[in-house]
Design a protein around this ligand. Sequence first.
Ligand SMILES: NC(=O)c1ccc[n+]([C@@H]2O[C@H](COP(=O)([O-])OP(=O)(O)OC[C@H]3O[C@@H](n4cnc5c(N)ncnc54)[C@H](OP(=O)(O)O)[C@@H]3O)[C@@H](O)[C@H]2O)c1
Length: 226
Amino acid sequence: MATWIITGGNRGIGKEFIHQLLSKNQTVITGVRFPEQMDFKHELLSIFKLDVSDSQSVTEFAQSVSQHTEQVDVLVNNAGRMDGRWQTIGEVDPDVSLDVLNVNTIGPLRVTQALWPLLEKTGNSKVANISSLMGSIDDCLSGRSYAYRTSKTGLNMITKILSVEGQDSDVSVSCYHPGWVQTDMGGERAPVQPHESVEGLIGLIEMQTIERSGRFFEYTGVELPW
Ligand SMILES: NC(=O)c1ccc[n+]([C@@H]2O[C@H](COP(=O)([O-])OP(=O)(O)OC[C@H]3O[C@@H](n4cnc5c(N)ncnc54)[C@H](OP(=O)(O)O)[C@@H]3O)[C@@H](O)[C@H]2O)c1
């Protein structure tokens, strides 16, 4: 039985990850900003406090995890935020942009760094970064969304850098676009349901190996341009 860590498991794609993993009898740890507000429990699920934008919170989360388990097979860096979608150069707010970069880019780096000793110790372990096609420079045809796009491009680069370092540590690292998914972030018009996206993502993460490390896939398995 593998142990998975999902950041931001209280709603949206993260919550769906937890439901599907528990139904496969996997052990799950989630980090959420407000554990007391979690509206579901399970004997295979542990819930710890985590704000990925706060270094102290990440350190305390990693301490809670290491007191709880010696094994982390998969870390899914899922927590993320939008930037007030589709802003033009006249609309973008630099201070909000810094927070978006902190949550979406540095957040996954912080969490991965704090859990790296456990990932290395487990061996054959995986980091899956939930990115977005909006972070693809090649795909930036409609422009706008300076902060969100840049935060995911940065996450993609962090994925690539980590994948190189992970070769020596037996940790594979890849990033994934979940599709345009019907969640609070994706909105009601999104064509992909969370269960479809997460089913695809779990299948891909299960296939992730050191040989397939450092790559960028859509939930369907299609490889995406950087
Ligand atoms: N939905 C889409 O169409 C889509 C498309 C491409 C990529 N993605 C990516 O998929 C991931 C999940 O998105 P979603 O659609 O499920 O979004 P969502 O419904 O808005 O959920 C976002 C999750 O991230 C958590 N979060 C935000 N800031 C956090 C922080 N500082 N520390 C810890 N947790 C934090 C939220 O917790 P709170 O409840 O505490 O805010 C929530 O659990 C994100 O990385 C997003 O960028 C989504």
